[in-house]
Ligand binder design. Structure first.
Ligand SMILES: Cc1ncc(COP(=O)(O)O)c(C=O)c1O
Length: 355
């Protein structure tokens, strides 16, 4: 197995427009900074963190009782806990490809095999039939990333329910890292299916990626098992303070989500369409875009202070870009227009020279 080596270095060297990690493109509400300052000024950094009050708040936000919730150091840590609880050498995990590398890597580190039916071309639809067909007596876990990173496409609730019914002993992990943007969740199915696990994060819509906070929802019995193998204080106190402030002041992140999904994203989609640039339909705050030449386009955008994320096979001819505010996307469109213009001019020169 390979290590996860995301291109994080140098991102603060210039005033880059950061569209490369599907983070929030704006910092969190001022209430978050105030809450963190207040916590530090009250001298509370010396204390071990406690989670009870926050989990109560999260219960209200998710509509899930506290005993069905575990908070983790980013949803990455939730995924690691879950895979380590469920998988051992010889087991199989099914997860369609392309998708989030960390989950695959967690399964491999347990000695499990990852079975990866491909997302369906041409629109990267969720490959439900192929996943059902891939189930064997060794399958312990089916992972559904919805919306999926990097394709942006979702599984429907009917498809998720079908997987939950395949076999009650096979756990189904629904990774909802982009839930606040998609507005669609499998959480109501928790009441009926003990084999369902939902993970979410404060790294995306809540703009707290740097503090590391995620959580998992499942049956009380499975959550109790996860508590047995977790590290006790791995969620730090400042992450909890910041997340509470976000849940208490939803107006600003909700306004951001609204602007991204209902103003900025349709604007960028129109723009790409007008420029003949292919992109996959997405339910998340990012788009998977196929420009004429991904290396040249990535280099041009970077040279003009915009970072996007080139992808690996089977979508190596694409980049993933976060959608930000309308103003930020205007900056992107302006630079992309100049890139397109330069490409057209270069092609004309080449055509004239070859005549
Ligand atoms: C699908 C998916 N799941 C989980 C994560 C991990 O998020 P975090 O560990 O920051 O909560 C990401 C981050 O990019 C993601 O795209």
């Amino acid at each position: 197995m390979g290590a996860y080596n995301p291109p994080l270095e140098g991102r603060t060297e210039r005033d880059y427009l950061l569209l490369d990690f599907s983070e929030s493109t704006l910092p969190p509400d001022a209430a978050v900074t105030e809450a963190i300052k207040g916590f530090i000024d009250a001298g509370r950094l010396r204390m071990y963190p406690s989670y009870g009050r926050f989990v109560e708040k999260l219960a209200g936000y998710t509509g899930t009782p506290p005993e069905r919730i575990i908070v983790t150091n980013g949803s990455d840590a939730a995924i690691q806990l879950i895979t380590h609880a469920l998988l051992e050498a010889g087991d199989e995990m099914i997860m369609a490809k392309p998708s989030f590398f960390v989950t695959e890597s967690c399964a491999l580190s347990c000695g499990a095999q990852v079975v990866s039916p491909p997302y369906r071309e041409p629109d990267m639809a969720f490959p439900i039939e192929e996943i059902v067909a891939a189930v064997t007596p060794r399958t312990r876990l089916i992972v559904v990333v919805s919306p999926n990173n990097p394709t942006g496409t979702s599984a429907s609730l009917e498809q998720i329910e079908r997987l939950l019914k395949v076999h009650p002993d096979i756990a189904v992990l629904v990774d909802e890292a982009y839930y606040e943007f998609s507005g669609s969740t499998a959480a109501p199915l928790l009441r009926r299916y003990d084999n369902l696990i939902v993970t979410r994060t404060f790294s995306k819509a809540f703009a707290l990626a740097g503090l590391r906070l995620g959580y998992a929802l499942s049956s009380a019995a499975f959550i109790a098992e996860l508590h047995k193998i977790r590290i006790p204080y791995d969620v730090n106190a400042l992450a909890v303070v910041a997340a509470e402030a976000q849940l208490d002041h939803p107006q600003s992140w909700q306004a951001y989500v609204d602007e991204v999904m209902h103003s900025a994203k349709p604007m960028v989609e129109r723009f790409l369409g007008e420029h003949g640039v292919f992109y996959f339909p997405s339910d998340a705050n990012f788009l998977l875009v196929r420009p004429d030449d991904v290396q040249a386009c990535h280099a041009y955008l970077k040279a003009h202070d915009i970072l996007v994320r080139p992808q690996r096979a089977p979508v190596a001819d694409t980049f993933r870009m976060s959608i930000g505010t309308v103003a930020q996307m205007r900056r992107f469109m302006e630079v992309y227009s100049r890139y397109s213009g330069a490409r057209v001019a270069a092609a004309r020169v080449a055509a004239v020279q070859s005549d």
